[in-house]
Design a protein around this ligand. Structure first.
Ligand code: SF4
Ligand code: SF4
Length: 191
C-alpha cells in the first residue's frame, strides 16, 4: 500500500472513531462554530507523508495555497515587528501560538486533508500524564466541561485513544509543524 493510502486510511479511521464518539456522547463535543485552537495553536505537528497529501490537495486548490502564503507572510512580518520590540522571545516559539494560515474565512480551508493532530483534537484520550493526571486531549475550556459531565454518565466513557489513531503514522520518524512544511513549500516555489 502506498504511503498516501496509509495516510488516507488512518485519517478515515480517525473520522470514523470521532463520529462514533460523538454519536455515543453527543454532549461531549466542540462548541459549535469554535475554531479557537486553530487561531491560537495553529501549527499542528504533521508527518511528511501527511504533508504530501496536503500538498497534492493544494495543487488542486491553488487559491487556498495562495491565501495561506499571504496569511503566513503577513504573520511572519507581524512577528518580526513584535520580536524587534521584544514582545516575543523568538519567532519559532511565537509561531507555535500563531493562527494557522489554513484557517480562512473562519473555516479550515484544508479540512478534507487536515493532519491527524487536528483530527485527534477533541473527543480523544491521552494516557494519563504522571503529574497532572489529565486524560482528555482537548482545549482547557472543553476539558473542564467534560470533567464536570463525565461523572454524570451512566457507564464508563469509552473514547478513542490518541495513540491508537497515530499508530499507523508513528513509524515514519518525527513530524514537523505544519507551518514549517508550508514554509519549505513556499521556499521551493521561489527557487
Ligand atoms: S477543541 Fe476547544 S478551542 Fe478547539 S474547536 Fe473545540 S471547543 Fe474550540
Ligand atoms: S489545518 Fe485546519 S483544523 Fe488544523 S489547525 Fe489549521 S485550520 Fe485548524
Amino acid at each position: 500500500m502506498s504511503d498516501q493510502n496509509i495516510v488516507q486510511q488512518a485519517w478515515q479511521a480517525a473520522s470514523d472513531k470521532q463520529t462514533q464518539a460523538q454519536a455515543d456522547y453527543p454532549e461531549l463535543g466542540c462548541l459549535s462554530g469554535c475554531n479557537d485552537c486553530c487561531k491560537h495553536h495553529g501549527s499542528p505537528m504533521t508527518y511528511a507523508q501527511e504533508w504530501d497529501c496536503i500538498a497534492d490537495w493544494l495543487a488542486q486548490h491553488p487559491q487556498v495555497y495562495q491565501q495561506a502564503r499571504i496569511q503566513y507572510t503577513q504573520l511572519k512580518q507581524t512577528l518580526q515587528v513584535r520580536l524587534a520590540k521584544s514582545e516575543v522571545p523568538t519567532i519559532s516559539g511565537a509561531l507555535f501560538e500563531a493562527p494557522c494560515p489554513f484557517l480562512q474565512d473562519e473555516r479550515c480551508a484544508v479540512y478534507p486533508v487536515r493532519p491527524m493532530t487536528c483530527r485527534a483534537f477533541g473527543n480523544t484520550t491521552l494516557a494519563p500524564h504522571p503529574s497532572s493526571g489529565e486524560q482528555i486531549y482537548t482545549c482547557n475550556p472543553e476539558k473542564d466541561r467534560w470533567e464536570q459531565l463525565l461523572p454524570m454518565l451512566q457507564e464508563p466513557c469509552v473514547l478513542p485513544e490518541r495513540t491508537d489513531l497515530f499508530a499507523p503514522l508513528a513509524n515514519w520518524g518525527q513530524p514537523r509543524s505544519l507551518l514549517s512544511w508550508l514554509e519549505r513549500a513556499m521556499h521551493a516555489d521561489t527557487r
